[in-house]
Ligand binder design. Structure first.
Ligand code: XMP
Length: 326
């Protein structure tokens, strides 16, 4: 029978054997998977681990603060935050193709970790140690959907699987690679990670970068960040966080439609709400969110985000749609 305690004990042994006395960097995204994989490795090797959180400018409202404050408080892990918004947004300029975006973001994640690695190497060297491992919160569905499973096609290059550069200078530690999300949550609870983090809905590593259909710019990110925060707050207030697996909020940045506000004509962008129910993200159905909740979200977004004059609902299951739009 599957048991979180056994998996933890097994992984702790395996990680200790793999790592020896080397130092390890862990990629922390703010999501459940990397929170749990980091805590697991921290349990195994303690201060040999440094967690790295890359602020790539594609984060949602409040995300950075949650990692820097709540996660560090609950785990005691050593954390370095990298300010990389200029770099990521710079490399994304002029890029609209979803796979190209994913590859750029995946590559820049690794480059960010390598920069931290170089800083840590000097420090470790003084003590005769090396920094050569990178922890990732890759799950089984990530592996399958990036074409890593037998007989599967590449649907999307998840930033942490298909998006890795060829000249990767790390050995990977991926303790969740055989697991599904509900199992990862059980492990996180067993490790004592607070419910606000373990119970979080999934959010993709490439962040808002793959929720802007079209080119990613600072202005568009600001628009989407506001709309996303409104939708999330309303869904939470309506008590729907359990029923909804996740609700991507998507900005159709290259689409405009005519609207009217006050006395004036508007020519703004649509926001798509994509609430889905799912067991493991491999398949999903659109969540029947009550109309009054949808109405509140729509009113608030169109009133508070001037660039948005329409809110639409995605009523497609997976398949044929995927959960994210890119
Ligand atoms: P799709 O869009 O493929 O998404 O139906 C399935 C699940 O995976 C998440 N997702 C990602 N997570 N890095 C991640 O960490 C990624 O590159 C990525 N792409 C999609 C998505 O949010 C959903 O939960």
């Amino acid at each position: 029978d599957w048991n979180a305690g056994n998996v933890i004990a097994e992984q702790v042994e395996r990680i200790r054997a793999q790592v020896g006395n080397a130092r390890v960097i862990s990629a922390l995204s703010g999501g459940v998977d990397s929170a749990v994989s980091t805590a697991l490795v921290h349990k195994a090797i303690g201060d040999q681990l440094t967690a790295v959180f890359v602020d790539h400018g594609l984060l949602r409202k409040g995300e950075r603060e949650q990692v820097e404050r709540d996660y560090v408080a609950s785990t005691g892990v050593r954390l370095i935050t990298v300010d990389a918004a200029d770099i990521f947004i710079g490399h994304l300029a002029g890029v609209s193709d979803p796979e190209e975006k994913r590859k750029i973001i995946g590559r820049e994640f690794i480059r960010s970790f390598e920069r931290v690695q170089r800083e840590l190497v000097a420090e470790a060297k003084a003590e005769g140690e090396s920094v050569k491992f990178l922890v990732q919160g890759t799950l089984y569905p990530d592996v399958v959907e990036s074409g890593g499973g037998a007989g599967t096609a590449n649907i999307k290059s998840h930033h942490n699987v298909g998006g890795l550069p060829d000249d990767l200078d790390f050995e990977l530690i991926e303790p969740l690679r055989a697991l599904f999300k509900d199992e990862v949550r059980a492990i996180g609870r067993e490790l004592g990670i607070p419910e606000e983090i373990v119970g979080r809905q999934p959010f993709p590593g490439p962040g808002l970068g793959i929720r802007i259909v079209g080119e990613v710019t600072r202005e568009r990110l600001d628009i989407l960040r506001e709309a996303d925060a409104i939708a999330r707050a309303e869904l939470t207030a309506a008590g729907l966080d359990q029923e909804i697996w996740q609700c991507p909020v998507v900005l159709l940045a290259d689409v405009r439609s005519v609207g009217v506000q006050g006395d004036g004509r508007t020519y703004g962008h649509p926001i798509v709400l994509r609430p889905v129910s799912s067991e493991d993200a491999m398949t999903a159905d659109w969540t029947r969110v009550p109309y009054d909740v949808l109405a509140r979200i729509s009113n608030k977004i169109t009133n508070q985000v001037p660039e948005v004059n329409r809110v639409v609902l995605d009523v497609t299951s997976k398949p044929p749609g995927t959960i994210e739009w890119e």
